[in-house]
Design a protein around this ligand. Structure first.
Ligand code: NAP
Length: 282
């Protein structure tokens, strides 16, 4: 079976490539934006350079591919959606037999989160294309959320506009394993919620971090406009300020407060716990 993976140089895509390359029955094509040094991928993996913005390159990379693991693009939402449209058009044109697509637990047109809308539109585009699909709807990655925890470790305060919102943070490793499992199976035609084993509010997350790191970390709920003012003062790119603000609005709506056992059903493993990921970072 020939399986291609987009975003293959990124943290998630790279891990999916490794997991698939470990299987004797899979030929892996790593799709990346730019040529990778030989040591960046396992020797048996083929590398195809295909920017999400380059439809002919996407079609060329997908020739003869049975299954695509479609890791979503990143950056401003309109551009991401354009990238995703290009990928969907290419898989349809090349008659790829199965797309195992990364989406998010919050994939909903009614969400305030910019990427929830993009993910839902992308799922709909894939379904409308007629290409057989399976969707891994991931929760927020622990490793992504960790940027705020690392900052809080230094200051003692996790200052975020999340109110009492709960999140079922998931390890990126688990998302990679779920995508790899979906890719080697038959298309399921539905979504699978890839979440952590528990859903915790930010006070709880702060207290786990404090316990693991043996340092005081307290959650301080701040108004959304205070978050924007404080974050803008750090010089963060306005796009990311908007994206993160909209994400915390979705947290306040309890859109990430979901625990499912789809991951265990797909992989026969238990999700990695938040405290284990934090301990690994010392
Ligand atoms: N659930 C969550 O918590 C969460 C958080 C953040 C992101 N995400 C989503 O999950 C995806 C994977 O996460 P990650 O941690 O692996 O992110 P990552 O390490 O930033 O990897 C993203 C990959 O996408 C590639 N890429 C970006 N623009 C591209 C383009 N125009 N054409 C081709 N490739 C392009 C990047 O290529 P280069 O290496 O060449 O830059 C990178 O390899 C992200 O792309 C985003 O959609 C989810």
């Amino acid at each position: 079976m020939r399986i291609a993976v987009t975003g293959a140089a990124g943290s998630l895509g790279r891990r999916v490539v490794q997991l698939l390359a470990d299987r004797a029955d899979v030929d892996v094509v790593a799709m990346t934006r730019r040529k990778l040094p030989a040591e960046a991928v396992p020797p048996q993996v083929e590398v195809a350079v295909a920017d999400y913005a380059d439809p002919p390159a996407l079609r060329a990379a997908l020739k003869g591919v049975d299954t695509l693991v479609f890791v979503s693009s990143d950056g401003p939402d309109a551009r991401v959606l354009l990238h995703h449209r290009n990928v969907v058009a290419a898989v349809a044109a090349e008659r790829v037999g199965h797309v195992a697509a990364l989406s998010s637990v919050d994939a909903d047109m009614a969400s305030p989160f910019c990427y929830a809308v993009v993910n839902r539109l992308t799922e709909d585009l894939l379904l409308a294309s007629g290409v057989p699909c399976s969707f891994a709807r991931a929760s927020l990655y622990i490793e992504f959320f960790q940027a705020w925890l690392t900052e809080a470790r230094a200051t003692g305060q996790l200052r975020l506009p999340a109110a009492d919102g709960r999140i079922s943070l998931v390890a990126r490793e688990d998302v990679a394993r779920a995508l790899a499992a979906l890719a080697v199976g038959e298309p399921t035609g539905r979504h699978h919620d890839i979440t952590g084993a528990e859903s915790v509010d930010l006070a709880g997350i702060a207290s786990i971090a404090a316990e693991v790191w043996e340092t005081p970390v307290a959650y301080v709920d701040i108004p959304a406009d205070t978050y924007c003012a404080e974050t803008a003062a750090t010089g963060l790119d306005p796009w990311w300020l908007y994206a993160f603000s909209s994400m915390f609005a979705s947290v306040r709506e309890q859109r990430w407060d979901r625990v499912r056992n789809d991951y265990t059903q797909l992989t026969s493993r238990s999700p990695i716990a938040l405290r284990d990921v934090l301990s690994a970072y010392g």
